[in-house]
Design a protein around this ligand. Structure first.
Ligand SMILES: NC(=O)c1ccc[n+]([C@@H]2O[C@H](COP(=O)([O-])OP(=O)(O)OC[C@H]3O[C@@H](n4cnc5c(N)ncnc54)[C@H](OP(=O)(O)O)[C@@H]3O)[C@@H](O)[C@H]2O)c1
Length: 255
């Protein structure tokens, strides 16, 4: 029997590329996102190409009821790998951003990730087998003026993942945070960052290359997997600079 990976945000970008990698490594898939049609065609394509079982569960993770509904729908299925990848950003001065969008961002990027982990981790611990991949960002390492909630949400993902990785050490379960920098997906269009200095000046990686780093880091049981040399350098340099200076630099990059 194949192991099963549940991937949120699998309808495009990094999540879709992760789904392709897991399928190629003969994992059965549970694909989650809002776009039911995209999930269905990806499930069908990957099932046919790799002889795996793939099911799609359309869900809006901005709805606090979605994680328990997914968990309920998967009773009797052992989830061996949980990939919390779904997420989005929004750019602008905090005082002017639509709070409904910010609240949904906190629900998707933070609360749904924490809830899905809480729901699926006990089964993994009981089976002494499991892997969790949480998609954070280089944004996790710095304060992010003009994308304040997004950067803070990713700081949560990194801190939460590193803490859990320590809690479960030696249990047969590993927790990995994936750290992408700017990546070629729909993220920038959704967040309104296509014309930001960050996306104009920093080298943008392909979603496939980022997914590969996440997959390999997860399989190696790494706690943190940073995508690409340029992003590793960025993360390293944040350790040396004062936070006020980092906030000023990020403010420029987000403007
Ligand atoms: N691209 C970058 O530059 C970059 C950099 C660092 C970190 N990241 C992180 O990488 C992760 C993947 O993003 P991406 O770059 O691949 O962007 P993307 O192409 O926009 O993909 C985002 C995925 O999340 C899903 N999603 C968004 N809102 C959702 C909701 N309410 N409920 C369920 N699913 C939802 C989307 O599916 P539906 O629209 O079908 O729901 C889509 O599958 C995110 O956590 C993002 O923060 C991205």
């Amino acid at each position: 029997m194949n192991p099963t990976a549940l991937i949120t945000g699998a309808s495009g970008g990094i999540g879709e590329q992760l789904a392709r990698l897991f399928a190629a490594h003969r994992y059965d898939l549970v694909l989650v996102a809002r776009s039911a049609d995209k999930l269905q065609s990806l499930s069908a394509e990957l099932a046919l190409a790799h002889g795996i079982q793939a099911r799609s569960l359309a869900a809006d993770l901005a709805d606090p009821g979605a994680p328990p509904q997914l968990f309920q729908a998967l009773q009797g299925v052992d989830i061996d790998v949980l990939v919390n990848n779904a997420g989005f950003g929004a750019r602008g001065p905090y005082a002017e951003l639509d709070y409904q969008v910010e609240a949904r961002m906190i629900q998707v990027n933070v609360a749904a990730l924490a809830h899905l982990t809480r729901l699926f981790l006990p089964g993994m611990l009981a089976r002494r087998n499991g892997k969790i991949l949480n998609v954070a960002s280089t944004a996790a390492y710095v304060p992010g003026p003009f994308m304040a909630v997004y950067y803070a949400s990713k700081a949560f993902v990194l801190s939460f993942s590193e803490a859990l990785a320590e809690e479960v050490q030696g249990s047969g379960v590993t927790v990995t945070a994936l750290i992408p920098g700017p990546t070629e997906t729909n993220f920038a269009a959704t967040a309104g960052t296509q014309d930001s200095r960050l996306f104009r000046t920093v080298s943008v990686m392909s979603a496939a290359a980022v997914a590969r780093v996440g997959f390999d880091g997860l399989m190696a049981g790494k706690r943190v997997a940073i995508a690409g040399a340029s992003n590793r350098l960025t993360v390293f340099s944040t350790r040396l600079a004062p936070r006020t200076m980092l906030a000023k630099i990020t403010s420029r990059l987000n403007s």
